[in-house]
Write a protein that binds this ligand. Sequence first.
Ligand SMILES: *Cc1c(COP(=O)(O)O)cnc(C)c1O
Length: 492
Amino acid sequence: MKIATSSGLLAQAFDAETFRKQGHQLVDSLAHYFAQVKEGQDIPPFTHYSPDELAAYWQQKLSEGPQENIEALIEEVIQQNIHTPHPKYMGHQVAAPLPINALADFLGSALNSGLGVYEMGSPIVAMENVVIQNTAKILGYDAQADGVLTSGGTLGNLTALLTARHIQLPDDVWKNGLNPTIQPAIMVSEAAHYCIDRAVRVMGWGDAGIIKVPADDNYKLRHDLLPQYYAEAQAAGKTVIAVVGNACSTSTGSYDDLHAIADFCELHHLWMHVDGAHGASVAFSEKYRSLIKGIERADSVVLDFHKMLLTSALSTALIYKRGSDAYRTFAQQASYLWADDQEPEWHNLGKRTFECTKTAMSLRIFMIWRVYGASIFEEYVTTTYDLGQRLGEMLTESNDFELPLLPQSNIVCFRYVPDASLDFTQLNQINRQIRQDIITEGAFYIVQTQLAETLYLRVTLMSPFTTEQHLQALLDKIREVGQKLWAKGHTS
Ligand SMILES: *Cc1c(COP(=O)(O)O)cnc(C)c1O
């Protein structure tokens, strides 16, 4: 066996001086970007390019051959990408990560801590334990609670339901597979995130496995209907194992009554899981934490740091009321990873996560917490939720906007109704076109959602730099664009 001769390329790629130079370029570009984006003057929050156009553009770059200077690449990526810290970014629930988060990721990537096993990233694993313990406490759990960080709310919810399945079902599904005589099911509000439905189907339970309970006028779970739906499920031969509460729902930001769900679950010995991907973060806010009253009674909770806690994706906490439950999710042996695969060792995280290797998420969260304290989370959550309430008031006071519900969070849905004579279809068309025109122009970045058949504009106030003036400017812009569309009578 002859070892290939080195061209020196690898040595060149690891050259410390090149790294220093490129690193300085990156930091300078990002520092300039951070200074500029929060002003919201010289760059739009969003620039539209067609997917094919961008794919061809980057293919062309690659075809040009290796290029050591990365300055142009950095600038182009920043320019083409969406800008979540921009005060006129009001779109999906994606955080504007703190600059310190970017530095933590930089460090984490450089060290590439593996994390499936303790030895592959010892400080990162220890920090994960600290982050989870402190978060559990803030949620109101006692010292028995424990959990893990995992790659997203979708995976966190699936993992929690896998744990519930293992603990609640009489059979050992892990070992024997699904028993065909048992139809397991969970109950959840119809307003739940689609990933709950997906998790049920991934587990092989099909249509019958997900029982969608109606939501009320404020898009909260009708917990008064739980007994009826439960009785119907039982009569149909289903084994209900869990109820999932929303804290809050994605479309409208509605919080379910968690105490009511907990009472029901206790009565029937069901697993209570809370999907707090977006809104469990109010635990950090003195002003808004009452929205999640009762969360400490849940058997498991998912919370995305990358939604409302200023962290980049993905950074999800999955916390169990009884930490020992986490070890029952994947009752699996892997002797090449863990010397003792039977022991509940907190420091071998792969025993409790779906992932084997995972990103150094704890480093980002720990770094933010260490540098600014939990006060930064409190300040951010409180400010953005305040803005949501304020926008709700402004819309209520106006006579040309309509709200499907008063906002409980920083997620606000509404539609523009310039004239009472417009019919349902015309209003849907106008509002759809308003959104399209506004983002094409680059004036604001907002999204839309459909509730029943009605199309609503939807904003999530995510930027720490959005103020009441920006909200006013948004409403003015919608009126301006909407009036033009209405005048033209051309709405598609
Ligand atoms: C965003 C969200 C999810 C999905 O989380 P990811 O981190 O995007 O996988 C699940 N549930 C709710 C309520 C959410 O808002």
